[in-house]
Design a protein around this ligand. Sequence first.
Ligand SMILES: CC(C)(COP(=O)(O)OP(=O)(O)OC[C@H]1O[C@@H](n2cnc3c(N)ncnc32)[C@H](O)[C@@H]1OP(=O)(O)O)[C@@H](O)C(=O)NCCC(=O)NCCS
Length: 272
Amino acid sequence: MTEADVVKGTTGGPVTQADLERDLRRLGVAEGLTVLVHTSLSRLGWIVGGGQAVLLALEAAVGSDGTLMMPAFVEGVPEPSRWRDPPVPESWWTTIREEMPPWDPAVSPTRQVGVVADILRHQPGTLQSFHPNKSFVARGPNAHTLLDGHSLDDGFGEGSPLARLCEIDGWVLLLGVGHGNNTSLHLAEYRANWPGRRTPVLLSGRLVRAGRVESVKFVDVDGTSDDFDRLGAEYERQGGAVAVGAVGRGTGRWLRMRPMVDFAVDWIEANR
Ligand SMILES: CC(C)(COP(=O)(O)OP(=O)(O)OC[C@H]1O[C@@H](n2cnc3c(N)ncnc32)[C@H](O)[C@@H]1OP(=O)(O)O)[C@@H](O)C(=O)NCCC(=O)NCCS
C-alpha cells in the first residue's frame, strides 16, 4: 500500500499521537508493562508524524517503568534455500552464502520489520540483542533481561529474548497485523514436538563482534509461521484472552504471551 492509498482510505481525518495513546490504553496497554510489539504503520490510517508518533504513543502508554521490545530481523547469516519472499534461483545460493557481508548490528539493515521498529532501533539508548538473524531491540528497565545472552543456536528458543519475555510474563501487541506476525509463537514451535522439529538447519557465515570479523556456525529449527494465523484464530475462538480493539483506523490485538505460548505448544503438536 502506498502512502497515497493510506490517505485515500483514511476517513474522519488524520490520526494523531493522542488518538493512538488513548486507543492503546483502552486496549489494555498500561504503565510498567513489558511488551513485544509488531506493527504495520499503513494499516493504522494516516498518522500525523507516522512511525514516530506511533512509537511516542507506545512509550507514553507503558511509561518510563515499562519496556518495549520489537524485532530487528535480517538474515545476516543467510540460508537462501529457505527464502520464500522472494525465493532466489538455486544457482545463486552458493554465491549468496559466500559473499554475504558479515552481519554488523551497527551497519546491517533490518528486513520487513516495519518503520516503527526501525525508529525504536535508532533511538539513543535502545539496546539490540546479538544475533545475526533473529535480533530484537528493546528499551526500558527490562531491556537487558530480555536481550542479554541471546544464543546463536535456536534463535527463537530457550536462549532467546522470547523465552525471557515469557519468563517475566510479558505481553504481545499486534498493531495492524495478525497472529501471522506474532513471533512469540515461534517459542512454542521450539517447545513442541512436531515432524521436522528434529531436523535442524546448520547455518554458517560471518559477523562483526567487538570490531572484528568472526566466522560462526550455529543450528536452528526449520520453523514456519504459515499456520500462525490459523493457530491464533483457534486461540481466540476457544476463549484465549486476546483484547481486540481499534487503534487509529486499524485493529490492535493485546495478549499475555505465556498462556498463548502454552496453548500453541499443544496446538502445534496436534496440528502439524
Ligand atoms: C512488512 C510490514 C512491516 C509492511 O507494513 P507496512 O505498513 O507496509 O510498512 P511500515 O510499517 O514500514 O510502514 C511504512 C508504510 O506506511 C505508509 N505510511 C507512510 N506514511 C504514513 C503515515 N504518516 N501514516 C500512516 N501510514 C504511512 C506507507 O504506505 C509506507 O510504505 P512505503 O514506505 O512503502 O511508502 C508488515 O506487513 C509487517 O509484517 N509487520 C510486522 C513486522 C514484524 O513484526 N515482523 C516480525 C514478525 S514476522
